[in-house]
Ligand binder design. Structure first.
Ligand SMILES: [Fe+2]
Length: 446
């Protein structure tokens, strides 16, 4: 403890901000391992550097980062990657924009810059800074412009003790899928929407990973805060922290969006608000000329896996559309358990009624969508196995490595130490029909 206080004082003095770290006395939220608040303060050097998935990943990258407020310039330098240091002279500069963010720890400046007109399937090196204080050169890669096999990783809620307990999960995912196209986060990245320390822990846990692999994230209920009008609104951190597409309905920029990536369409829906507007938008987005695979992510599961929870309204709003439009896979969070469904089509009624219907039809589930709930952080809820679940897990932190090929989607759920817990494939036949093949033994139907 004495050493920690010394470090805090040293940082506060060296940083010249006159801010002493204070201990967090909220025992519900105190990280099991944590730094003094002073170590989460911004400096002139870029930190919290994050690539976000863009709507044109073949030709564009988008980067966000943070500095202290006085750092006003937002510069991105980028060059085609080379094996030696001579790329530096070929780097071009792009000017970005910035915005001040007042957090519970003070004021920070968040920067955003884009490089467009890039070549598809090409490795680039980029750095960000103000012209004097620079990040390291970070390597990333644009997507191919056509359908081509790729891998991505999906995480359920990280949320709690992110530094202490989520770091090993995201790092093992990187060890298993170091060339992933992106890491997908299905909401509740952190626990308290406006806690600067918790956003700092998220970046500390993921380290350099999102400097090289873009994030694709959808907001959970823990990214929502109480607004001045008493209602719920998106965390002030969300939009400065990421640079997601803004093509969704008004009021849902960077939370409701769609991207096409090498033959698959990914859609983020914001299950916290404006469900009706998104239902209409979804019908428009998915009904145009869609790529082979359709994968949707949002936070609140339409087939709840935790005991005594149901989201019937969301299910009735969105599942008929998923059926009509042929969505293959839905990736969710919120219930702090793991559950993966067989292929399901819409059944009206409560979850109990759906379970009865699914229990009867179990053997004929050769159409419909696979629904997954997962959790990557340490907070756990009780689970009750139900017919809408093909398989499940309790008290297990997981990450999912999903590989996408033109005629096959291969899914693996791995626990925090990298052991395979669940695996299946969706195989697309020449006539467009799809079949699900389980690659691990299934538990008995409840
Ligand atoms: Fe959660």
């Amino acid at each position: 403890m004495f050493a920690r206080v010394l470090v805090a004082v040293a940082v506060a003095v060296v940083g010249g901000r006159g801010v002493l770290a204070h201990e967090d006395h909220d025992h519900d939220h105190t990280p099991a391992v944590g730094w003094p608040d002073a170590l989460y303060l911004p400096t002139p050097f870029p930190d919290r550097i994050c690539l976000s998935i863009t709507a044109d990943a073949a030709h564009e990258i988008a980067v966000t980062w943070r500095t202290e407020p006085a750092t006003e310039a937002s510069r991105l330098e980028i060059a085609v990657a080379e094996g030696g240091p001579d790329f530096v002279g070929k780097a071009v500069r792009r000017e970005g924009t910035s915005t001040l963010l007042t957090t519970d720890l003070g004021v920070a400046r968040y920067h955003e810059a884009r490089a467009s007109g890039l070549e598809p399937a090409t490795r680039y090196l980029y750095r960000v800074g103000d012209g004097e204080h620079w990040s390291e050169w970070c390597q990333t890669e644009t997507s191919a412009a056509e359908a081509k096999p790729f891998v991505f990783v999906y995480f359920g809620d990280a949320q709690n003790d992110v530094r202490s307990h989520w770091s090993r999960v995201v790092r093992n995912a990187f060890r298993d899928a170091p060339r992933a196209a992106f890491f997908l986060h299905a909401g509740d990245l952190i626990n308290r929407a406006e806690s600067d320390r918790e956003w700092g822990e998220w970046f500390e846990a993921s380290g350099f990973i999102h400097r090289t692999i873009p994030a694709l994230a959808t907001p959970g209920n823990h990214e929502m805060a109480r607004g001045d009008d008493g209602g719920r609104r998106l965390s002030h951190h969300w939009r400065p922290t990421f640079a997601f597409p803004e093509q969704g309905p008004e009021g849902l920029a960077e939370t409701c969006y769609a991207i096409d990536y090498q033959g698959a369409r990914f859609i983020s829906l914001n299950s916290n608000e404006q469900v009706a507007e998104q239902t209409q938008w979804l019908a428009d987005v998915l009904s145009d000329d869609s790529p082979t695979w359709k994968i949707v992510t949002f936070h609140h599961p339409i087939f709840s896996s935790a005991k005594g929870r149901d989201n019937q309204q969301l299910r009735e709003a969105w599942q008929p559309l998923f059926d009509r439009l042929g969505v293959d896979l839905v990736l969710q969070g919120h219930d702090h358990t793991y559950a993966r469904s067989p292929r399901l089509t819409f059944q009206p009624g409560s979850l109990e009624e759906v379970n009865v219907a699914v229990g009867r039809q179990r053997q004929q589930s050769d159409t419909g969508t696979v629904y997954v709930v997962s959790v990557s952080g340490p907070k756990m809820y009780d689970l009750e196995p139900q017919p809408v679940m093909a398989t499940w897990a309790t008290r297990t932190q997981l990450y999912q490595v999903i590989s996408v090929e033109p005629d096959r989607l291969s899914y693996r759920a791995l626990n925090a130490i990298g052991d395979v817990h669940d695996a299946f494939r969706l195989e697309r036949a020449a006539d467009g029909s799809t079949s699900l093949i389980n690659d691990v033994e299934q538990p008995d139907t409840p």
